[in-house]
Design a protein around this ligand. Structure first.
Ligand SMILES: [Ca+2]
Length: 245
């Protein structure tokens, strides 16, 4: 069976074996033997092994580009650059460039200090998705979500005019929209968001803290005015949403 697994699956399994042994993680082993990878990922997240869980999550074999922002406030751009940025306002994680040939969108995150709203360590406390300038859904750290001013918990809802839906499981809230084609996966408890760009037209035609998704990791720190910088603070600050502090 082991030969049939991908490298990421093997790595996660070996890593759990070293940490817990065969008897230390019974649910993990049961689901891994059955190859129920979604349940394996959920169990790893419950065990706090988010690195292994992310390994498996990023290994689904679909064609997509994914950027992430995690607690304490680590970000990974669509092109794979990892960095940390401490902000206290709302910031553009990713958005379409002007005149893109897919529906305009913006995903932004509100960052706040863990103990004091204006002191490090910061993390994301809510997420907003706008399509064509209109707020479509807002996600909160208790995994509730808001559509058209109404707040929902632990349920599924169709978005607006049928442009996708929001659904939940024990760990995450998922926002799947079709125009533009995006999947957001939010885990409020861990302050972690993954964004999948599921339309190849987006590659190289997005901008924000998660970069331009053009497949090139150099010159990744591009500001809204189109210039690049090597200064993370300057880069992060440049994507602040005016008036959000
Ligand atoms: Ca890039």
């Amino acid at each position: 069976m082991f030969e049939a697994l991908t490298m990421a699956q093997r790595t996660a399994i070996v890593s759990v074996f070293y940490e817990y042994g065969l008897n230390g993680a019974p649910v993990f082993w049961r689901e891994a033997v059955e190859q129920n990878w979604n349940d394996v990922i959920a169990e790893l997240e419950k065990m706090g092994d988010t690195t292994e869980a992310a390994l498996l999550e990023n290994d689904t074999g679909d064609l997509f580009v994914e950027g992430q922002s995690c607690a304490d406030p680590h970000l990974r751009t669509f092109d794979g650059m990892k960095y940390s940025y401490q902000g206290f306002c709302s910031y553009v994680l990713t958005q379409s460039v002007d005149n893109a040939d897919f529906p305009a969108f913006q995903v932004s995150a509100n960052f706040s200090g863990v103990r004091n709203p204006e002191k490090p360590i910061t993390r994301m406390v809510d997420i907003s998705l706008l399509v064509e300038g209109v707020l479509v859904v807002k996600l909160y750290q208790d995994n509730t979500f808001e559509i058209s001013g109404k707040r929902f918990a632990k349920t599924s809802r169709v978005i607006g005019d049928g442009n996708g839906d929001v659904y939940t499981d024990e760990m995450n809230v998922y926002v799947q929209v079709t125009k533009p084609k995006l999947l957001l996966t939010w885990c409020g408890r861990f302050h972690r968001l993954s964004i999948r760009l599921e339309d190849s037209r987006m590659l190289g035609n997005v901008a924000g803290l998660l970069g331009d998704a053009n497949g090139v990791i150099e010159n990744e720190l591009r500001k809204p005015d189109g210039t690049t910088t090597t200064d993370i603070v300057e880069f992060g600050d440049s994507w602040e949403i005016p008036g959000s502090c």
